[in-house]
Design a protein around this ligand. Structure first.
Ligand SMILES: *Cc1c(COP(=O)(O)O)cnc(C)c1O
Length: 460
């Protein structure tokens, strides 16, 4: 018999979590204006809001915290982290930041100006936010297969080269500062990009003289899928695959809260000295001095260890197997989800799950609230609220797909926790024909509204 997978660790420390009653949750979610970001964490039983900064560190990382060097300048923790980044990604120039969006802010301050166009696969919300904040435009060139949840394409994060070429050919060269490839593609369902696609994007970029940046939050998960699914990579190590991926980029932004296996932090790294020189000025202004950039020395130490751990094959096997185990369980129960199951989350197809809720009433948010009421499980809407308004027309943008994203923190929950969520989802699914109402907006911010938005129930 083939042995089942198991975690490549055992548990050394625990943190209690609490169940609640449906009555309590009804009060709490109403007080939170039906925005799950506004809930207190103790009002949540199983928290699948995000895999960002919510994972567990290893004993080696906790040990590394103790030996952090808190010197303002020239910290040995900085040098350790810089050397780790160089050895994994191959970039000569490196700047730490307090998290991923800060790396975007620093790099985009150098690269992007008003009127620019930034193509790529579906941009992450903060990436798009930082582009649009500069009055530039993010153009999504993801392959059409990504928008069909039942299509089993192995690399649904890929860019459609025709769409990309169209953008590059019709935009003046000095108005395309970069192509941004998000690995894995979060918005499309944690879906990977193939090495071949990265190679082809690079070739196209070279033809038009445009640099390529990798938004790298889940780079190791992407490399794992290349190893599993792309011909020719089965015999390679994760480190070899990552090195080959990054040989195709000019630079990277990183949210260390994901595949850095730490709770906070980020960085940017690049090949070009002129980018680095200009980015250094913004790093000092927004983040901190070049050798800490918003991170404590101990945090840089823990990140250096985390980056070493995340490219371990046994770690990735346990991680991706857990997400896959659970996603396939939902599929077997008939729950409509984005297939194949991605790297860090399961994306439930809310429009198919709740066919009676109109899209104008935020169907994925309606599902998120129902699941919370059912079992105290917190997921997140990846739909119309997240897509925000068009910056010019101020109309709501209705994306092709409305997802409830259930993200799985790294090394945090057991399969038992996930089984509870699966049962809760099935209960909601059974009463889906009785759920007909969604929400309307009471208050919203001009950018990235989903974090703070206030909603009220639509009454029939
Ligand atoms: C999380 C994330 C970011 C932003 O990083 P933060 O650390 O949350 O600021 C950028 N891109 C992608 C793909 C992400 O998942």
């Amino acid at each position: 018999m083939e042995l089942p997978f198991a975690e490549n660790y055992k548990i050394k420390m625990i943190e209690p979590i609490w169940r609640s009653t449906r009555e309590q949750r009804e009060t709490w979610i109403q007080e939170a204006k039906y925005n799950l970001f506004r809930l207190k964490s103790e009002q949540v039983y199983i928290d699948l809001l995000t895999d960002s900064g919510t994972g567990a560190m290893s004993d080696r990382q906790w040990a590394a915290l103790m030996t952090g060097d808190e010197s303002y300048a020239g910290s040995s923790s900085f040098i350790r982290l810089k050397e780790t980044v160089q050895s994994i990604f191959g970039f000569e120039y490196f700047l730490p930041t307090h998290q991923g969006r800060a790396a975007e802010n620093v790099l985009f301050s150098v690269l992007i100006k008003s009127g620019d166009t930034v193509p790529g696969n579906s941009h992450f919300d903060t990436t798009k936010g930082h582009i649009e904040f500069r009055k530039a435009k993010a153009v999504d060139c993801t392959i059409d297969e990504a928008f069909d949840p039942d299509n089993l394409h192995p690399f649904k994060g890929n860019v459609d080269l025709n769409k990309l070429e169209q953008v590059l050919a019709t935009t003046p060269g000095d108005q395309v500062p970069a192509i941004i490839m998000t690995l894995t593609c979060n918005t499309a369902g944690g879906q990977p990009v193939s090495m071949q696609n990265l190679r082809e994007v690079r070739a196209l970029a070279d033809r038009f003289g445009v640099p390529v940046i990798f938004d790298s939050a889940r780079f190791a998960e992407n490399a794992w899928f290349i190893r599993q699914r792309e011909p020719g990579y089965q015999g390679k190590t994760i480190r070899e695959i990552v090195a080959e991926m990054y040989s195709l980029a000019d630079g990277m932004t990183m949210s260390s809260k994901k595949d850095g296996l730490v709770n906070i932090g980020g960085f940017l790294a690049m090949r070009h000295k002129d980018w680095y020189d200009r980015a250094s000025i913004f790093n000092i202004m927004y983040e901190g001095f070049l050798t800490y950039g918003g991170m404590a020395g101990r945090d840089m130490n823990a990140l250096a260890v985390g980056l070493e751990e995340v490219v371990e094959e046994e770690y990735l096997r346990a991680r991706i197997s857990q997400v896959g185990y659970w996603g396939n369980k939902l599929i077997a129960a008939g729950i409509p989800v984005q297939k194949p199951i991605g790297g860090h989350a399961v994306f439930v197809d809310a429009k198919r799950f709740l066919p009676l809720v109109p899209k104008e009433e935020f169907v994925a948010q309606a599902l998120a609230v129902e699941l919370y009421l059912e079992a105290g499980v917190r997921g997140v809407e990846v739909g119309t609220l997240l897509a925000d308004r068009d910056p010019e027309t101020r109309q709501n943008r209705f994306p092709k797909l409305e997802f409830l994203r259930l993200a799985i923190p790294r090394r945090c929950y057991t399969n038992n926790h996930l089984d509870v969520v699966a049962a809760a989802l099935q209960n909601v699914y059974e009463r889906r024909m009785h759920i007909r109402k969604g929400f309307r907006i009471l208050n919203e911010a001009p950018v990235m509204r989903h974090f703070t938005i206030e909603l009220e129930k639509v009454e029939l």
